[in-house]
Design a binder for this molecule. Structure first.
Ligand code: ADP
Ligand code: ASP
Ligand code: MG
Length: 438
């Protein structure tokens, strides 16, 4: 029997009322795995608590844990009605908060932070499961830490996920409704880890790929992927259909609605990804699939936090082997390159992982002079822009005529024109593009 995967984000499980609403949406009898995020605000609170521990400010951490526990006490009141179930829920929340408290006087490490961050999804999924149990709604709570695995580089280990998840599901041959935590996983050392902020989307597509689901549905607080960032630009509209490649570019280059890696596992298995609005379940949303879509520009996204690096080397650039030497340095420090442009005498590229910037720059200096620009933003214009269709690049550049553009990348694929600008010009650029392209 085929199965669906449905993921509900933080806002979708952000209150007792929303949790009940999710429960209604998932109890239609279809066989499915439901992936839940932490309640909105919780992961941010957990990041803050970990940060207090890091700074040795245990009092501030303790206050915040207290506030979190109080917030969940209210959620329990609103969600559950019998004392028995309220007690069960309270003891689960207390247990999770005590896990966090237990690190107050231990040395801080990234590992401690990961353990703390994992509590959010564990709490939300337990609450929804208890709501089901109290209301005699049949469902089974899974423990994602039993089957979600990443390797030493934080990349998912698909064969292991497939094998472990299949084993878990085999234990419940008649179950129709499974609930699992998004975001959390284990790493190569079997430690608690996560798929990075916003990672529940990625959990859903990985699980979908692992079980060959017929569809992965990402339920959030908006009616699908919009043509521009609705937080910045007014009058955006949802896009009904996108190809896997278009959606992947958009997610990778900043559209917050999807974790950047979400599309790939679904694309590999050709599983359609549907974006739906929990607040408006009847809205059409966006279907991402391998169906050919209309040509033309469809959407714009922005990705902040980029660092531009320019390597100038009059002598060597066109010599073969030069780019390899440049790339080898980035490879050595496991730092992905986002954009790249070359000229006769220089190569410019961007990175967003700056952990090893100093070392990289040091080594690049052996190849030429190096210039760094921080606080850069990639604006990514996505669509089906086959080269035979003229004018797309011109339209983009015309729209940006008042903005200084640091890099332009076009032709890497048929789906994307990317430009690099100073982050301070982002809003202006997004609005100008919106006015000129749609
Ligand atoms: P969730 O908590 O459900 O994962 P997110 O907050 O991560 O939800 O993503 C949904 C939000 O993404 C929307 O509320 C919207 O503000 C923002 N967003 C940014 N760019 C886009 C876009 N192009 N289309 C739709 N939403 C976008
Ligand atoms: N709770 C995690 C976060 O806030 C994962 C997610 O919501 O997708 O980043
Ligand atoms: Mg999200």
């Amino acid at each position: 029997m085929t199965m669906k995967v449905l993921k509900f984000g933080g806002t979708s499980v952000g209150s007792p009322e929303r949790m009940r609403n999710v429960s209604k949406l998932i109890t239609d009898g279809d066989k499915k795995i439901v992936v839940l995020s932490a309640m909105s605000g919780t992961t941010n609170n957990l990041v803050e608590i970990a940060d207090y521990y890091k700074k040795g400010n245990t009092d501030a951490a303790s206050n915040l844990i207290g506030a979190l526990e109080k917030k969940y006490a209210e959620v329990i009141e609103g969600l559950l009605t019998t004392q028995t179930y309220r007690n069960k829920a309270s003891s689960i929340i207390a247990c999770e908060c005590n896990v966090i408290r237990s690190y107050a006087n231990k040395p801080f490490s990234i590992q401690v932070e990961k353990i703390i961050l994992a509590r959010g999804e564990i709490m939300s999924t337990n609450l929804v499961q208890l709501y089901h149990e109290e209301n005699k709604i049949q469902s089974t709570l899974l423990d994602s830490l039993e089957f979600m695995y990443v390797d030493a580089d934080g990349e998912p280990v698909m064969p292991k996920i497939e094998e472990k998840l299949a084993k878990v599901l085999k234990q419940y041959p008649d179950e129709k409704l499974f609930i699992a935590q998004g975001f959390i996983c284990r790493n190569d050392k079997d430690e608690v880890d996560n798929l990075k902020r916003g990672g529940s989307d990625y959990s859903a597509s990985l699980i979908g790929a692992a079980i060959n689901a017929d569809v992965v549905e990402i339920w959030t607080d908006i009616d699908g992927i919009h043509n521009n960032d609705p937080r910045i630009v007014k009058n955006t509209h949802p896009i009904a259909e996108m190809s896997f490649d278009e959606a992947a570019e958009l997610a990778y280059f900043g559209a917050k609605i999807l974790h950047p890696s979400t599309v790939l596992p679904a694309k590999v298995k050709n599983i359609p990804v549907l974006l739906k609005n929990t607040m408006e379940p009847n809205a059409k949303g966006t279907v991402i699939s391998n169906k050919a879509t209309n040509t033309g520009i469809k959407a714009i996204a922005a990705k902040d936090g980029l660092t531009a690096i320019k390597i100038k080397s009059g002598r060597m650039l066109l010599a073969y082997g030069f780019l390899r030497r440049v790339f080898e340095i980035f490879e050595k420090y496991k730092t992905p390159i986002d954009l790249i442009t070359t000229s006769e005498v220089a190569v410019s590229l961007t990175i967003d992982k700056t952990d090893y910037l100093a070392q990289i720059v040091d080594e690049l200096k052996a190849l030429g002079t190096v210039e760094i620009d921080k606080d850069q933003t990639i604006i990514c214009i996505v669509g089906n822009m086959i080269a035979e269709e003229q004018g797309h690049a011109v339209e983009v550049l015309k729209a940006l005529k008042e903005i200084s553009v640091r890099m332009i990348c076009y032709g890497g694929s048929d789906h994307n024109i990317s430009v690099l600008i100073d982050t301070k010009n982002k809003e202006k650029a997004l609005i100008a593009l919106n006015n000129n392209l749609f």
